[in-house]
Design a protein around this ligand. Structure first.
Ligand code: PLP
Length: 438
C-alpha cells in the first residue's frame, strides 16, 4: 500500500465505485460529488479548488435592501421584463463610474445571473444574420457557454488565445472573421480559467475588427474589477476596468453580481447593450421575432420567453449595492481582494514544490493574482495530475474541458480554501513533490 496523505486504498476504492470512466475528463460537478464521497469515506478534509463559488458573505447592503423590498410586498408583483427603473439608472451610472462608458439606462437590463445574459445574447444576436453561424470563443473559457449554444443548436468556433497575445491576435482573429460566418465573439476578462487579462492593445484589436466585420462582442465581466494589479475601486476616477467598449459600439457587457458582490445565490446579473446596438435593426430577426429591432427582440422576444424578467426583490438588492458603489460608500474591490492575496500565497506554495504556472503572462507582464490560477507538474498530463492529487487531498479541474490547448494544465480556484488550510496544502504539496520528482 502506498503511503499518501489520504488513505490510498480508500481513495482508489471510492474512485472505482464512482463509475467515472476517467477522473481527468469529469465535469466540475462530477468532481465535486467524488470529493464529497472521498471526504466522507476517509474523514479527511480536502483542499478544495474545483468549484468557482464565492467564499465570502453576501454584500450586506444588498441583503438589507432585498429584505425591505420583500417586506413591501414586491414578491407578489411581476417586475417589468426590462428591469426596475432605479436599477437601470444605477447600472448606467456604474458603467460610467467604473468603465468610463456612456450607455442609456434603456439598454441596461437585469438578467437571471450573467448566465441568462449570455444565453439571451446568443439567442438574439446570433440570429441577426441568416447567412452567419454563431459565436467565436477566445478560449480558454467557461464550458457552460458552449453548452448554451449546444442546447440551442447554434454553432461556434474557438481558439486558445495564449499563443496569439499582443499584435499576433490581429491576424488570428481576422482569419475567423474573414469567413463571414461569425455573428459574435465572447471572452471573459479577467479570464476564467486562466486569469489572463487582455491588454488595451488587444482590446483595441478586438474592437476594431468588430467594426470592420460588423460582429458583436459579448464581453463577460464575471470578475469585474478583480485584476488587482490596478486599483479600479474609485468611482469616476481612472484607472477604469478595461473594456472593448472603448473601441467599438458593437458590444454587450455581461456583469455578474456573483463574485464582485458575493451575490451568486440570488441569480441576478446585468446585461448592458450599447446605445447603437440597442437601436440597431436586423431584418433577419423577423424569422424568430415580431420586430427587426435588436433591443425590442431581446426584451420582448427572448427575455420574455426565458423568464419574463428577473427576481423582483433581487433587483432592489442590486440597485442598492450599485448605488453605494457609485456614491463611493461601498469599496467592493477591496472586499474581494482577499482572493488575490490568497492566490499569491497559494501559487508560491505550488511553485516552491516543483509545480509551474501554465498561463503566466499578459504579454510581458506576470499575470495578476485572483480568483483562479493554472498549474502543472513536469511530465504529467492534466488528467494524470488531477487523479494523482486526490491521494494527496487536493482537488481541482483539468483545463481540457475549457478549450485550452495546454493539456498538462489544472485550474485551481482559491475561493473555498481557508487560510487555516495553507499548512495542510504545503505539507501535501511537499509530499507530492518528494514522491514524484525525478
Ligand atoms: C466566466 C464566467 N462567466 C459567467 C459566470 C456566471 O455568472 P452568474 O453567476 O452571474 O450567472 C461565471 C461564473 O462562474 C464565470 O466564471
Amino acid at each position: 500500500m502506498k503511503d499518501t496523505p489520504i488513505n490510498y486504498e480508500l481513495v482508489k476504492e471510492t474512485i472505482r465505485k464512482s463509475g467515472l470512466p476517467s477522473v481527468g475528463d469529469a465535469s466540475i460537478r462530477e468532481i465535486k460529488k467524488l470529493i464529497d464521497q472521498i471526504e466522507k469515506a476517509t474523514g479527511e478534509r480536502f483542499v478544495r479548488m474545483e468549484m468557482g463559488i464565492p467564499g465570502l458573505p453576501p454584500t450586506q447592503i444588498g441583503v438589507e435592501a432585498q429584505k425591505a423590498a420583500l417586506d413591501k410586498g414586491v414578491a407578489a408583483i411581476y417586475p417589468d421584463i426590462f428591469g426596475i427603473a432605479p436599477l437601470k439608472e444605477e447600472i448606467s451610472k456604474f458603467v460610467k463610474n467604473f468603465m468610463d462608458i456612456s450607455v442609456s439606462p434603456e439598454g441596461c437590463l437585469p438578467t437571471v445571473g450573467s448566465m441568462q445574459g449570455s444565453f439571451a445574447a446568443f439567442m438574439t444576436l446570433n440570429r441577426m444574420h441568416a447567412d452567419r453561424e454563431g459565436t467565436l470563443f477566445l478560449d480558454p473559457g467557461f464550458p457552460v457557454h458552449k453548452q448554451q449554444l449546444r442546447v440551442m443548436g447554434q454553432g461556434w468556433e474557438s481558439f486558445d488565445v495564449y499563443n496569439y497575445r499582443g499584435d499576433k491576435l490581429h491576424d488570428k482573429l481576422e482569419s475567423y472573421l474573414k469567413t463571414g460566418k461569425i455573428c459574435s465573439i465572447l471572452y471573459s476578462n479577467p479570464n476564467n480559467p486562466s486569469w489572463i487579462c487582455f491588454t488595451d492593445k488587444e482590446l483595441q484589436i478586438i474592437g476594431e475588427l468588430a467594426n470592420k466585420y460588423n460582429v458583436i462582442i459579448i464581453e463577460d465581466l464575471a470578475y469585474f474589477g478583480m485584476d488587482f494589479r490596478k486599483d479600479y475601486s474609485k468611482p469616476g476616477v481612472p484607472p477604469y476596468q478595461p473594456t472593448v467598449a472603448k473601441y467599438t459600439e458593437n458590444f454587450v457587457l455581461l456583469i455578474s453580481s456573483s463574485k464582485a458582490f458575493s451575490y451568486a445565490g440570488e441569480r441576478i446579473g446585468m446585461m448592458v447593450l450599447s446605445n447603437k446596438l440597442f437601436n440597431t435593426t436586423a431584418p433577419d430577426l423577423l424569422r424568430y421575432y415580431k420586430s427587426t429591432n435588436v433591443g425590442y427582440a431581446l426584451i420582448f422576444g427572448t427575455l420574455y420567453s426565458l423568464s419574463s424578467g428577473t427576481n423582483h426583490s433581487a433587483q432592489y438588492a442590486l440597485a442598492a449595492i450599485l448605488k453605494a458603489a457609485n456614491n463611493g460608500e461601498l469599496d467592493f474591490v477591496s472586499v474581494v481582494k482577499e482572493y488575490g492575496e490568497k492566490a499569491k500565497i497559494m501559487k508560491k506554495l505550488f511553485t516552491d514544490n516543483g509545480f509551474y504556472i501554465v498561463y503566466d503572462k499578459d504579454e510581458d507582464n506576470d499575470i495578476a493574482d485572483g480568483f483562479y490560477f493554472t498549474f502543472a507538474y513536469p511530465a504529467m498530463s492534466g488528467a494524470e495530475l488531477l487523479e494523482e492529487m486526490l491521494y494527496y487531498g487536493i482537488s481541482a479541474i483539468t483545463l481540457d474541458i475549457t478549450g485550452s490547448e495546454r493539456h498538462e494544465g489544472i485550474r485551481a480556484c482559491v475561493s473555498l480554501v481557508n487560510r487555516n488550510q495553507f499548512g495542510d496544502l504545503e505539507h501535501r504539496l511537499k509530499k507530492f513533490n518528494a514522491d514524484h520528482k525525478s
